[in-house]
Write a protein that binds this ligand. Structure first.
Ligand code: NAP
Length: 321
């Protein structure tokens, strides 16, 4: 009888604890969850379109619309980042391999010096390149120096590389613990098994997974899979990527929805990403496009329009990597 009573009390305590575990309002439980790869699924990644942020699985808030800088020269990146911050963007995406981290840093400094933003209001992402995986610590220092920052908000591994990506990820975890990074994540993991391989050999759940994602490659399987870790999907090539944007912009479903809302096809696609739960980081070196890409908060797509775009899925990637 006494044994049954103790068992009952323990069961009650476990159940009570479980109720609080998935709450998005508790950043402590989010942080705890972020380090327990075998814990129960957590659902923290609800997009807050009003405040334009999503809460990551470690409790950090990340803007859901950012400026991408792939293929931009150092000086183009400086201008794009500066214009983007002026337009309202608060998320910036770069990578060491783009060769423009210094330009990104200068664009940030210009905006901060002019009082457009403060450092703490913006969220800077960079990526560790595959050839640096065995020297992760040095690569993180190089990116910090290039950017001219004393911390980076999010650093991700640029590609899956089973031979040493877990070692590289551990260097990210160490930098996170030292306060040099605020969140860590992955890019270019396209198979659930590959994602799990990395997750199961490291301690901290990836906050985001950045993969090629657009209406012709919607990443539904991966998005569903990573949600059990509270990991958010971030779309690269959100508009199809350079050389492919017109295929999406001229799609009759997208252009007719654009006409209905008196918006451009680019704006419809970006709004679709956010309503579908994808962080989007459109790249541009054109000031007018940058302002246009940020002007997507004053309308929303109906359920029917979201379904029409969901039906455009072709499982086709534009990139080969
Ligand atoms: N993790 C990875 O492996 C990986 C790979 C690729 C990219 N990325 C990241 O994801 C970001 C986005 O990808 P992306 O830049 O390659 O492709 P994207 O954003 O899909 O497309 C960029 C193209 O869209 C055009 N564009 C942007 N806004 C437009 C608008 N409002 N109207 C018309 N055209 C517009 C740009 O031209 P203009 O310059 O003329 O505006 C550019 O040609 C990158 O910049 C990078 O930060 C990551």
């Amino acid at each position: 009888m006494k044994f049954k009573l103790i068992l009952f009390v323990i069961l009650g305590l476990v159940l009570l604890g479980g109720c609080g575990g998935g709450s998005s309002s508790s950043s402590t439980s989010a942080e705890e969850n972020a380090t327990k790869n075998d814990a129960e699924p957590i659902k923290l990644n609800t997009f807050d379109l009003e405040n334009k942020v999503v809460t990551l699985n470690n409790g950090v808030k990340m803007p859901i619309l950012g400026i991408g800088t792939y293929a931009l020269s150092d000086s183009q990146a400086e201008n794009s980042v500066y214009w983007a911050l002026k337009a309202g963007f608060r998320l910036i995406d770069t990578a060491k391999i783009y060769g423009n981290e210094s330009g990104v840093g200068r664009g940030i400094k210009r905006a901060v010096d002019e009082g457009i933003v403060t450092r703490s209001e913006i969220f800077v992402t960079t990526k560790m390149w595959t050839s640096d995986y065995s020297n992760g610590e040095a690569a993180i220092e190089t990116s910090l120096n290039n950017l001219g920052l004393d911390y980076i908000d999010l650093m991700i591994l640029h590609h899956s590389q089973p031979s040493n990506d877990a070692v590289a990820y551990k260097s990210l975890e160490n930098a996170l613990n030292e306060g040099k990074l605020r969140a860590v994540g992955l890019s270019n993991y396209y198979e659930p098994e590959d994602f799990d391989r990395l997750v199961n050999s490291t301690a901290i759940r990836p906050a985001i997974l950045q993969n090629e994602t657009h209406p012709y490659h919607q990443s539904s399987e991966m998005k569903n899979h990573i949600s059990k870790y509270g990991t958010v999907l971030e779309s690269w090539y959100p508009l199809g990527g350079r050389g492919h944007t017109q295929e999406l912009f001229n799609n009759s479903v997208i252009s007719s929805i654009a006409e209905t809302h008196n918006k451009s096809s680019a704006q419809i696609i970006l709004r679709w990403h956010l309503q579908a739960g994808n962080i989007a980081i459109p790249g541009s070196s054109n000031e007018q496009h940058i302002f246009e890409d940020y002007d997507i908060w004053d309308f929303s797509l109906s359920d029917n329009e979201m379904t029409q775009i969901a039906e455009l899925e072709k499982d086709t990637r534009f990139s080969t990597y």
